[in-house]
Design a protein around this ligand. Sequence first.
Ligand code: MN
Length: 201
Amino acid sequence: MSLAKYKQKRSFTKSPEPKGGAPSSNALLFVVQKHDARSLHYDFRLEMEGVLKSWAVPKGPSLNPADKRLAMMVEDHPFDYKDFEGIIPEGNYGAGTVIVWDTGTYEPLEPNNGTKKAQNDILLKELEAGSLKFMMHGKKLKGEFALVRTKGMGENSWLLIKHRDKYASEIPVIEKDKSVLSRKTLEQVAASASKKKSSRT
Ligand code: MN
């Protein structure tokens, strides 16, 4: 676990992004952020060993088991990133607007004694093996998912796949486009920031 890469890429005097944070709940947390940077993508983050393991998913998550969504693994993010929503100013790494598109708890499918420690250990073992299988309890993402490392598209490429269960659906879940924190769309968050900027000048 290291936030060295995360910190190296950012200047915290110029970006409002969080620097650290530590989990307090006894359930593992996940967050999916919608991020309009150079290109629009969704950042899929799973709490493990006190930080957020992170993947950038260009097309966003899907509840359709037929979809295999490319997920590029990126640097670990600090735990406090879980509720970061706002604007990363121009000229900074990842410049653009971020909303918290979904959040909730999750746990590995592999049977365990229900403690966070046991779940964390299973997930780290699966991460190392390149095959994570877990249950999501979000507001939008629910049910079983897999994240599987894939060969041929670089060492950081994984696929995010919905398992077939009662939450599987062909309706595109990304059509639910509002933040689960502020109820604002990405466009509304971006617009309110540029309004503030123009009222200052
Ligand atoms: Mn991003």
